[in-house]
Structures are given as structure tokens and as C-alpha cells.
Design a protein around this ligand. Structure first.
Ligand SMILES: Cc1cc2nc3c(=O)[nH]c(=O)nc-3n(C[C@H](O)[C@H](O)[C@H](O)COP(=O)(O)O)c2cc1C
Length: 275
């Protein structure tokens, strides 16, 4: 029986998600075309999570009036155009590590969508929470944390979309040398560079790239640029996304490991310990 994430997802999905990592980018302009039913069913399979790390979060598919939940980031600039479907990501706000769970679960859905030829765009700030709540029933104590539109990307981006991509420098990332410390590269296990590259290309709000990694002999520690300890921080959401990218790429190249979490108050998000 395969261990770790491969045990939960299977080798085929690991390969599909690993291939989707370099293909994914934020899509804010869509074609006026309904999403295929079989693709929606594949997304639906993942809404309740795909591994124990997702337990504190859930996705909700919005198929009625999805476009109406989106607002602009700066006035109408950055407003999603022609979304026929959306997914809202929610979590139990009182539980520790709920933000990491949202990022990890949501990025699984994003990578699945990418592998199905669908565009997505994580959004924590360009939508109306009230309009989402009018369309989904959340358990008591749960909050809507983020949404993504889902659909076929338009051939031409809107001006707002192009403007935001330029503003956030969305097509580039910090080099590994700026975000990774610890053992020199010559002592990294085979496949680790690719896994850190996969994490580096994770999306983050305004392309802020708040994750940092330390490579040791027994594994890789993830923390934030500011040593975040607050469980409600959006940086933790970004870390959840990067954790999934890293783990998928590790699984694809045979680096087996599991995430370990420190006690609350320690400025470490998690450590991926090799098995
Ligand atoms: C948690 C999160 C929240 C985001 N919120 C918004 C948002 O409110 N509005 C928006 O237009 N883009 C949003 N983005 C998209 C980022 O700007 C985008 O991921 C980043 O610029 C990198 O570009 P890429 O996704 O094309 O690689 C968000 C991304 C993440 C991960």
C-alpha cells in the first residue's frame, strides 16, 4: 500500500496534479461556456477533502448565480468576468490550523481543475461573503475564507486582468536562494530541488510569497517570512497551498514523508519529515 499523499490520491492523480503545477495561473476572464458535467463531478469528489490535512475545511460548489458573488479588487479592476461556476472554501474558524487546511484542500481542487483544462483564481478579497452565504449553508462556527471561479479561460484577458498580473508580477517568483536556507544544495536528496520549485510557484495573495523553507538532514521546515504564530493569518492559507505543491512534487519523485506540526505559539508552520 502506497504511503503518504500517494496512498490517499493514487499515483495517477499525483502525476496529474504534479503536471498541473507549472500549467496553473490565475484566470479572471472566462468564456461564456458551461463547465462540463463530468468535470464538475470530479471537482465534487474533492469538496470534502482528500487527506486528513483537509479535515478542518470544506469546499462548496456554487452553480447558480456564481458570477454575482464577484466584486473588483480595486473598484471594478480585477473583477472576474463570466464565471459560470465558483467554489467557496470554508472552515471552522475556532480550530487551530484551519487556514492551512483551506489552502491545502483548495489547492487540490485548483490543481484538479487545471488538469481538467479549467481556469481558477484564488480570491480572499474580490468577492462578497454575504452573496456566498446566500448560496451555501455553513455549519455553526464556520466562515467563508476564500473562493475561486471555475471555467474555461477566455482567449483574451480583460484589461483589468492584465493590469493586475503586471502589478503583482504574477509571472515571476523569488529565487530559491531567497526563500530556502539550511543544507547546501549538494546535500539535498534527489528530487528536493524540484519539490521546492513546485512550492515556489504556488499562488499567494498579490504574489506576496510569504513562505520560507529550511532544509535539514531529516526533512524540511516551513515557516513564514514574519514567523507567523496567529492561526487566523492569511499567510497560513498561502502555506497550506505551498505544502500541497511541495508534497505532490515529493510524492511524484519518490521522497516519502509526513507533515508534523509544532505546538501552538511556535513560529513554525509544519515540518515535512522524511520517512
Ligand atoms: C490566498 C489568495 C488570495 C488571493 N486573492 C486575490 C484577490 O482577492 N483578487 C485577485 O484578483 N487575485 C487574488 N489572488 C491571486 C494572486 O494575485 C495570484 O495568485 C498571484 O498574483 C500569482 O499569480 P498566479 O496565480 O497567476 O501564479 C489570490 C491568491 C491567493 C493564493
Amino acid at each position: 500500500m502506497a504511503k503518504g499523499l500517494t496512498g490517499y490520491l493514487g499515483e495517477e492523480r499525483i502525476r496529474a496534479w504534479n503536471d498541473a503545477i507549472p500549467d496553473r495561473y490565475s484566470v479572471r476572464s472566462y468564456r461564456k461556456r458551461p463547465v462540463r458535467e463530468d468535470a464538475l463531478r470530479r471537482i465534487e469528489e474533492l469538496l470534502r477533502g482528500f487527506s486528513p490535512l483537509c479535515e478542518k475545511a470544506r469546499g462548496y460548489l456554487i452553480t447558480e448565480g456564481a458570477q454575482r458573488i464577484f466584486t473588483g479588487l480595486l473598484g471594478p479592476v480585477g473583477r472576474v468576468a463570466n464565471a459560470s461556476v465558483a467554489v467557496a472554501f470554508a472552515a471552522d474558524f475556532h480550530l487551530p490550523r484551519h487556514m492551512e487546511a483551506v489552502g491545502y484542500l483548495g489547492e487540490g481542487i485548483v490543481l484538479e481543475a487545471t488538469s481538467l483544462g479549467l481556469g481558477t483564481c484564488w480570491m480572499t478579497g474580490s468577492f462578497s461573503r454575504e452573496r456566498v452565504l446566500a448560496r451555501v449553508n455553513l455549519p455553526a462556527g464556520w466562515k467563508v475564507i476564500a473562493v475561486t471561479p471555475l471555467g474555461y479561460g477566455a482567449k483574451r484577458k480583460t484589461l483589468g486582468d492584465s493590469a493586475l498580473r503586471a502589478l503583482f508580477k504574477s509571472d515571476s517568483r523569488k529565487p530559491l536562494s531567497e526563500i530556502v536556507t539550511g543544507l547546501p544544495r549538494a546535500r539535498w536528496p534527489k528530487g528536493l530541488k524540484e519539490a521546492l520549485e513546485a512550492a515556489r510557484w504556488a499562488p499567494s495573495p498579490g504574489n506576496s510569497q510569504p513562505w520560507r523553507f529550511r532544509v535539514d538532514k531529516d526533512g524540511v521546515t516551513l515557516y513564514t517570512d514574519t514567523g507567523e504564530v496567529n492561526f487566523n493569518s492569511v499567510k497560513r492559507l498561502s502555506c497550506g497551498i505551498a505544502m500541497l505543491h511541495f508534497e505532490v512534487a515529493c510524492a511524484a519523485s519518490g521522497i516519502e514523508g509526513t507533515w508534523r506540526f509544532p505546538r501552538p505559539g511556535v513560529p513554525i508552520i509544519a515540518k515535512y519529515r522524511y520517512l
